[in-house]
Design a protein around this ligand. Structure first.
Ligand code: TNX
Length: 535
């Protein structure tokens, strides 16, 4: 007995000295989120040291984003500058990145093959290689997330094979930068966080009653007036077009497509406060009036303009859908936005237009959709847009009404699943949560996990679903810390729903992996919600 204990202690000491404090876990026991399609462990180890070489085979445009990202990650946490070798047959202490379009690996998928003396990451696209790197990162010792060197000489990785590919092409998160503004740095940080879980779309909610956050050169007051405040009366803010392009370019290096939203015809008070000519005569609710001192700003008085709004009410505003100038405005905004958005989609909002008559709403949405098409883009709108005639290339984002989603699908449009009762990141976890709202539901982490896109709305099949998206509305969220509290862990639930086959998804497995994974969030300093369900 004593002897056995002694052996165990010696073993622990040996492992700790050799590999750092973490025990080596067989590949198939690793906590990978989202769960890959297949994981086979071989029981051995590969070690990255400062002699490990990188071989790149393939010349797709963005391959360097994936390989360069990996090199940076390694450099940051190990101090090693991994050299590239051009010897494509090298197999000793090598990490081999290969793009093979004929491999049959689906878009965004990858194969990660880890042997004692080499690692192969194979994909048919660079995005697949990047996803392979994100998986590799999760099976490396958690110190890889410390962001500074630990002095460790060897980094041990378990051997085996992972074959992986996503269920849905659209795996999204949304950030509302209109209710509270988030800086370029904050958005980039968010991009890094969601990319870890193979999310590949970031929808930016760029305008709402409380703020207009994107520079439109032909309508300059949108930002100078419309961007001047936020919920609660804070200072607001906006992205210049150059800053927006910087966000888009950064997202591209993480294989994330930015989807910009200009919410119309409702949720437009910030535009009406900038330009009275767009205002059909609405006034701002009493609870959040903020007057604009145009003289102090050196701009002309505008009697028709509304006051700025700093409250949290929704549904009180609308553009004047009957005037030609409104469509000139919509066209200018979409033209400028399309020119700086390489992704295929423009989101036109369309939700909660409670003060727009249906006979005005429908032609407005149809014209906006047409304008989006004119600039070579496809339309996304919240599920209410299904009242209008949708083009088959359009997407309706289901958040509230099943009949709207069905109506959209019946017209041939695709459906993006964002059920407010499961996928909304601004909903409180339970009655004790300080931040957030609860009008749709309290969403504990098992509620965020336990839903299935294909059975959510009766009559909508898998082929009609483009994917899933988790929106973070920010009426009550003012900074990075608060954002993280609402986003983590729930973002990993949506990531797994979007990526992993239904048959491989299971709450108990996810929960076990999540408990393991939170150790990494502790290391990264992420302010996640410590749910009582994680025990
Ligand atoms: C409803 S969801 C909204 C947003 C709010 C959100 C708060 C949707 C399309 N509209 O304007 O921010 O609730 O949870």
């Amino acid at each position: 007995m004593i002897f056995r204990k002694l052996l165990l202690i010696i073993n622990i000491i040996f492992v700790n000295v050799a590999y750092g404090s973490e025990p080596i876990v067989n590949l198939d026991q690793h906590a990978i989120i989202p769960q890959p399609r297949s994981v086979i462990g071989k029981g051995g180890t590969f070690q990255i040291d400062n002699k490990t070489k990188i071989v790149v085979d393939g010349n797709e445009e963005r391959i360097d984003y994936a390989v360069g990202f990996f090199q940076q990650l390694i450099k940051r946490s190990t101090g090693f500058t991994l050299q590239r070798s051009s010897d494509k047959r090298a197999r000793n202490n090598v990490i081999y990145f290969k793009i093979d379009a004929s491999s049959g690996i689906p878009v965004d998928g990858y194969t990660l093959d880890i042997d004692d003396n080499h690692i192969n990451i194979i994909a048919s696209t660079s995005s697949g290689l990047f996803n392979g790197v994100q998986t590799l990162r999760q099976i490396m010792p958690s110190d890889i997330e410390r962001g500074k060197t630990s002095g460790k000489k060897k980094w041990v990785i378990p051997t085996g094979t992972i074959e992986d590919a996503p269920e849905y092409g659209y795996r999204g998160a949304m950030l509302d930068v209109a209710r509270h503004f988030f800086s370029v740095e904050d958005v980039k940080h968010f991009i890094d966080q969601i990319a870890k879980y193979k999310i590949n779309k970031l929808h930016l909610h760029l305008s709402d009653d409380q703020g207009w956050r994107i520079e439109i050169k032909s309508w300059p007051l949108l930002t100078t007036v419309g961007g001047a405040t936020a919920v609660g009366g804070g200072k607001g803010g906006f992205y210049t077009q150059e800053e927006y392009k910087d966000i888009v370019a950064y997202a591209q290096t993480r294989f994330i497509t930015i989807i910009p939203e200009i919410d119309m015809p409702g949720h437009t008070n910030s535009a009406l406060a900038a330009y009275g000519i767009l205002n059909p005569g609405i006034t701002v609710p009493e609870d959040g009036i903020q007057k604009v001192d145009r003289r102090a700003m050196g701009i002309k008085d505008d009697e028709d303009a509304t006051h700025l709004y700093t409250g949290m009410k929704v549904g009180f505003s609308t553009l004047d859908t009957k005037k030609d100038i409104t469509y000139q405005f919509v066209e200018d905004v979409i033209r400028e936005l399309s020119a700086i958005t390489p992704g295929p989609y423009i989101h036109i909002g369309g939700d909660e237009s409670h003060v727009t008559n249906m006979e005005d709403y429908i032609p407005f949405i149809e014209r906006a959709q047409h304008i989006v098409g004119k600039f070579g883009k496809k339309t996304i709108g919240w599920d209410e847009v299904a009242h209008a005639r949708l083009e088959p290339s359009s997407v309706a984002q289901y958040w509230a009404k099943s009949e709207n989603a069905r109506k959209a699908a019946d017209q041939g449009a695709q459906i993006l699943m964002s059920p407010s009762t499961n996928a909304y990141l601004d909903m409180q976890y339970d009655t004790t949560t300080q931040l957030g709202l609860h009008w749709a539901a309290y969403i504990e982490i098992d509620d965020a996990y336990n839903w299935e896109p294909t059975t959510l709305v009766e009559g909508i099949s898998k082929e009609q679903i483009i994917g899933v998206e988790a929106p973070l509305w920010t009426e009550t969220i003012t900074n990075r810390e608060e954002l993280e509290y609402m986003v983590f862990p729930r973002i990993t639930a949506i990531a797994e729903i979007g990526w992993t086959k239904t048959s491989l998804r299971n709450w108990e497995s996810y929960k076990t992996r999540l408990i393991q994974h939170t150790k990494r969030w502790d290391i990264m300093g992420i302010n996640y919600y410590k749910s009582p369900r994680l025990q």
